[in-house]
Design a protein around this ligand. Structure first.
Ligand SMILES: [Zn+2]
Length: 400
C-alpha cells in the first residue's frame, strides 16, 4: 500500500495535482482501486489529448467526439497507422489528488474540533484544532509549498502566538518561507497508513513534536535535554543553546537528575547503555561481567527488532534514535569483549572512572564559548572520582 500513498504524496506536491489518464492507467490495479475507493483520488475533467492506445510506439493525439447512435457520443483519436482508433470514456478520464479528503483524514485521525475549511483553493486547508498542554493548537494541511509560489500559500496561514501544526504531503519547505512564529511542519509521507480504505495519520508524531516544541517555548530557566544529535541547554535564563551530543552530555544529564546523591562512575556508564545498574553488581560488589554482557546482548536484539519495525514503517525519527543507541551498545560491547567474545579482564573501577571522568570534563569544557556561566557552575558543583556527585549551592529546577 505504501506505493499507492507515494503516488498520492507526489501528485499533491504538484501545483495541479492531476494524473493524466495514461499515468493513472499505468498504476497497479490494486493501487487504483484503493485510491479511488478512499476518495483520495477523484475523477478530474476529461483530457483533450491522450497517448494513442493502439500503437506500441507512443504518440499523443487529440480526442475527437462525434455524435453516435441514439444520442450517444463516439470517441476516437486519429492515428497515422490505424486512421481512427476508438476509445472509451475511461481512456480520457484524469484523476485529481483530493486535498480535502486528506484534510478530513487528518481531522478524523487526530480528533480535531472545528471542521474543515479551505483557506486558499485546495493548497491550504484549515483542518481544525486540538488541545495540547493546555493550549489550543490549529492544524493545517498545505501542499506544493516547495513550488515557486509556495511562500504565498505558506503565508496565508494565520499567524498566531500559539504553535500551529502544518502537515505537508512529503516535501518539507525551506524555513524562510514562513512568517514568525514558525509553525511545526510535519510530512504525512511515512506517518500514514491505509486501513479499510481510509487514510489514517499517526497522531503520536504530533504529540511528540508538540511536547518538545511547547516545552522549549516555555523557555525554562534551567534546561538540559537531548533532541536527536544535539542537546537543548539553557542556564539561568540564558535562552536555549544547542550543544552537540557527546557521551559526556549524557553523564551530565544523569548527574543533574540526581543532585546531592553519590553516583558510581560505573552506574553512569551502565545507565547510558540502558542497562539497570542492579543487574550488573554481584552480591559482593564485584562486576558480574558475563551477566552485564548478556544484558547488553538482550538489549541489542530488542533494538534490532525495533529497527526492523521502524524501517518497515519508514519511521525515520525512531530509526535514527535506535541506530544511535545500537552504535553506543556496539562500542560498549567492543570495549568489554576480547576478539573471541569473552569478557576482557581489565574492566576494573579505575578504567571506568577514567573514561567517565574524561567524558564529563570534556562536556563541561564544551560550554566555555556559549555558556561560560554553566561551565563555571558545573566545574564547582560536580565532584568526580570513582563516585560522582552533583552538589549545587542551591537546588536548581532543571528541566531534563
Ligand atoms: Zn496510433
Amino acid at each position: 500500500m505504501t506505493n499507492a500513498l507515494d503516488i498520492l504524496w507526489a501528485t499533491l506536491e504538484a501545483v495541479e495535482p492531476v494524473l493524466t489518464p495514461d499515468a493513472w492507467r499505468r498504476l497497479p490495479t490494486e493501487s487504483r482501486s484503493v485510491l479511488a475507493a478512499s476518495k483520495l483520488f477523484v475523477p478530474g475533467p476529461p483530457a483533450h489529448r491522450i497517448r494513442c492506445p493502439a500503437c506500441v510506439t507512443p504518440h499523443m493525439a487529440p480526442i475527437i467526439a462525434r455524435p453516435g447512435p441514439a444520442g450517444s457520443t463516439r470517441l476516437f483519436v486519429k492515428c497515422p497507422r490505424e486512421a481512427r482508433v476508438p476509445i472509451t470514456e475511461a481512456h480520457r478520464q484524469t484523476w485529481r489528488g483530493n486535498a480535502r479528503s486528506v484534510a478530513q483524514s487528518i481531522a478524523a485521525s487526530l480528533n480535531l474540533m472545528g471542521g474543515i475549511r479551505a483557506r486558499r483553493s485546495d493548497r491550504v486547508i484549515d483542518c481544525g484544532n486540538l488541545e495540547s498542554h493546555g493550549q489550543r493548537v490549529s492544524v493545517y494541511f498545505a501542499r506544493a509549498l516547495c513550488r515557486r509560489d509556495g511562500h504565498r500559500y505558506a503565508q496565508a496561514i494565520p499567524r498566531s502566538p500559539l504553535p500551529s501544526v502544518v502537515f505537508v504531503p512529503s516535501e518539507i519547505p525551506p524555513d524562510d518561507i514562513w512568517l514568525e512564529p514558525k509553525p511545526l511542519v510535519l510530512a504525512l509521507s511515512g506517518n500514514c497508513e491505509l486501513s479499510d480504505e481510509a487514510l489514517v495519520v499517526n497522531g503520536r508524531i504530533v504529540e511528540q513534536s508538540l511536547a518538545q516544541r511547547v516545552d522549549v517555548r516555555r523557555d525554562p530557566q534551567y534546561l538540559f535535554r537531548r533532541a536527536g544529535d544535539y542537546w537543548d541547554v539553557s542556564f539561568n535564563g540564558s535562552g536555549v543553546i544547542h550543544i552537540d551530543h557527546s557521551v559526556g552530555m549524557t553523564y551530565l544529564a544523569l548527574l543533574l537528575a540526581a543532585p546531592y546523591r553519590d553516583v558510581a562512575a560505573l552506574d553512569l556508564l551502565v545507565a547510558r547503555a540502558g542497562v539497570h545498574p542492579d543487574t550488573i553488581w554481584g552480591g559482593a560488589g564485584e562486576i558480574a561481567d558475563e551477566e552485564f554482557l548478556r544484558q547488553i546482548r538482550v538489549r541489542y536484539s530488542d533494538l534490532q527488532t525495533r529497527k526492523d519495525e521502524a524501517t518497515k514503517h519508514h519511521d525515520l525519527g525512531t530509526l535514527h534514535r535506535v541506530q544511535q543507541e545500537m552504535d553506543q551498545l556496539a562500542a560498549e560491547l567492543g570495549r568489554r569483549m576480547d576478539r573471541r567474545g569473552k569478557p576482557r579482564k581489565q574492566t576494573d573501577a579505575e578504567t571506568v572512572r577514567k573514561a567517565v571522568s574524561n567524558a564529563v570534563s570534556r562536556a563541561i569544557d564544551g560550554f566555555k564559548d556559549h555558556l561560560p556561566a554553566l561551565r563555571l557552575h558545573l566545574t564547582g558543583a560536580i565532584k568526580s572520582g570513582t563516585v560522582f556527585t552533583y552538589l549545587p549551592e542551591k537546588e536548581l529546577d532543571w528541566s531534563l
